[in-house]
Structure formats: structure tokens, C-alpha cells
Design a protein around this ligand. Sequence first.
Ligand SMILES: [Zn+2]
Length: 176
Amino acid sequence: MKTILLDSSAFIAGLEMGEGDVKSFTVPSIIVEIEKNPLLRLRIQVATDSGRLLIKTPERKYVHEIEEASKTLGESGFLSIPDKDLLALALQFKEEGRDPIIFSDDFSIQNIAEYFSIKYFSASTRGIEKALKWVIYCPGCKKTFDKLDESWLCPICGTGLKRKPLKKSNIKSKLK
Ligand SMILES: [Zn+2]
């Protein structure tokens, strides 16, 4: 059974929230994060009311497995609690014999998914790529930053910051 898992970047990109046999899932911690945006809150309300979007908490042991893997892969500093929860739910679904696909633009989520052979799909980047440079960005207000403070929170809107590979064309234009 195909099961779609959506992270906040997927909601912000306006991805479809399941149809027919395909169920979309997310985790409560992601809902808390994106409910700050009134438009997204409304869209999520409609999707959950119609049963197209289901909100589920992963079992603790899968969160633990994700935490261990993120340490192994050097990603632990880059994954937020919602990121870990979503990955844990995907892992749980895989163990249950479902066919989970994560929709996320987040490089660290994709990296962990790859490690567990969980499928992932990115709406706006070409998936996992070796990149020389990173850009720090805010999924809420879309501002980008050269540096970030320890809290990993956007100084403008308070959303958790993410990183993504800087595209080659961007690197070139920055060198000019
Ligand atoms: Zn922001």
C-alpha cells in the first residue's frame, strides 16, 4: 500500500494530500509547526476533515532508531524533532509492510531515508546531490542566511531553519 508522508516543506509547496487509495500522513509535531501559518492551517483542517490527511505519532522505538542513525551519519544536528518523527513514522510503516514515500525538500531527511532504503521525493530540488556549499534557509518566510545561531530558529519569524545544497548556478553567481 502506497503511503505518502509529508513534511512542512511539502505542505508549503502545496502538495496534494492523498486521493482514493493513497493515504497521506504527517506527525503531530509538524502540524504544530505549520499551524502558525493561517492558510496552511485551513488547508490542513479541510484535508483532515475529509480523511485525506491522517496525523499519527510514531512509536518511540522508531524515533530511537532514527536518532541512532542520524548520529552515525553525522546528521543529528540537522534534524529537528518534527523531522525525526516523520522519519520514524516512515520507518514504522516500512516495518509494517507498507510502501512509504517521504515528500520533503530537506537534505538531511533525504539522507536518512536513503540510509533506511525509504523512498523520498522532492518537489523543488533534484533529490540527494553532492554539494560543495550549503544554504541556510527558513521554510516559513523563505529568507536565506549565511550563518545561523545555535537555536537554529529564524530571527525573523521563529520557524526552525533548514539547509539545502546551493545549486551550482548559484555558486557561480556568488563567485562573480
Ligand atoms: Zn523565517
